[in-house]
Ligand binder design. Structure first.
Ligand SMILES: [Zn+2]
Length: 361
């Protein structure tokens, strides 16, 4: 059946389900294509184009609308029926998600044909489709699971690496933030002595998330609780004591000016921006200092000096994330969360190490 544009536009305006099988329409402002009866808000006429079928709309770069699911109106097309069956197969196999090979085997297609099938109607490859499905599951699991660790398994990811590798790009923030708050996080803590005073170290099962100086045990624990008000805090188990002793030995060797930078496992928790700044700080060589302006330039954000400074100030892992290596442009030490004398001492100790190394060379 050949319809004229004006008739098709009239069918769209009436949300005429009788026309659902006759054509689809694409909306250039949203990049999706719909069936005529789509309940979504009507698009402006100048943004609408008509296509004979979903393949033609996809060829123009449009994706099928989530709301009206136009493909489902074309199920009697054997290719579309096959594609939808594959999508349902993915839907039903939460854990683990099938890979492209499993989809191809299921459909009895080779990789090339499978690729073409997905591109033809969805504009994306099977790999893209699976990745989006994974991200969708991560988001859903993070919203409903008791903890990030639960979410990993609920999303069928199998390992925390999978989640943390995908999360920043997919969510625009870390999984923790997405879950809004620290509930469900377990941090084990221990207190040790250093030349710069007592420290409290807090760690998750992924690494050190907290290292702060303080005056005494009560003060240190109060600080930790203030940083992670909703986390579960527990003294480090005796079985973790050897690891903690090794961390303390590495930290003290550094603070006493014997080794440049301790390389301990970290679990940095903050916004994507903060984590980026903190990782940059770790790249500043021991013994060197940079200004906040230089740091912002090195991060490719020369105008974000204040944001960089505030990310430095929000650092929760003293020494290991060396925010003490950033000072003010005029040479003034700037601020330091754990007191300027400590900042001075850290910089001096690192300079001594750097100087000794130079002499040894
Ligand atoms: Zn629609």
């Amino acid at each position: 059946m050949l319809m004229r544009d004006e008739d098709m536009w009239r069918a769209v305006q009436r949300r005429d389900a009788a026309a659902d099988h006759a054509f689809v329409y694409g909306v250039s402002s949203t990049g999706v294509y719909c069936r005529p009866s789509c309940p979504a808000r009507r698009a402006r006429r100048e943004h609408v184009r008509f296509f004979a079928d979903p393949a033609a709309a996809a060829a123009a770069g449009l994706r099928p609308c989530r709301r009206c699911r136009p493909l489902e109106r074309w199920q009697d097309d054997p290719e579309i029926a096959q594609l939808l069956a594959l999508c349902r197969f993915v839907d039903l196999h939460a854990d683990p998600l099938p890979d492209g090979g499993a989809l191809a085997a299921r459909a009895g297609l080779d990789a090339f044909r499978l690729n073409r099938l997905f591109r033809r109607y969805l504009t994306i490859t099977p790999g893209d489709y699976l990745e989006r499905e994974r991200v969708r599951r991560i988001k859903r699991a993070l919203r409903t699971s008791a903890s990030v660790t639960d979410a990993i398994y609920d999303a069928g990811l199998g390992s925390s690496r999978g989640l943390y590798e995908r999360a920043p790009r997919a969510l625009g923030m870390t999984p923790r933030q997405y879950r809004s708050g620290g509930a469900g996080l377990t941090i084990s803590w221990a207190i040790g002595a250093t030349p710069l005073g007592p420290v409290c170290i807090g760690a998750t099962d992924r690494g050190i998330c907290y290292l702060q100086f303080g005056e005494d045990r009560d003060g240190l624990l109060a600080q930790l609780a203030a940083e992670y008000p909703r986390a579960q805090l527990a003294p480090m188990a005796p079985t973790a004591q050897p690891a903690f002793d090794a961390w303390m030995a590495a930290l003290n060797a550094h603070l006493e000016g014997r080794v440049p930078s301790p390389d301990l496992p970290l679990d940095l928790r903050g916004t994507a921006f903060q984590v980026r700044v903190w990782n940059y700080l770790r790249s500043i060589p021991s013994g060197a200092v940079v200004s906040y302006g230089e740091a912002a330039t090195a991060l490719d954000m020369p105008r974000a000096v204040r944001a960089v400074a505030s990310a430095c100030a929000r650092n929760r892992v003293a020494v290991l994330v060396p925010c003490h290596r950033v000072i003010r442009g005029d040479g003034d030490l700037g601020g330091y969360r754990w007191g300027l004398p400590r900042k001075r001492a850290l910089i001096d100790a690192e300079r001594r190490i750097a100087a000794a190394r130079k002499r040894a060379r």
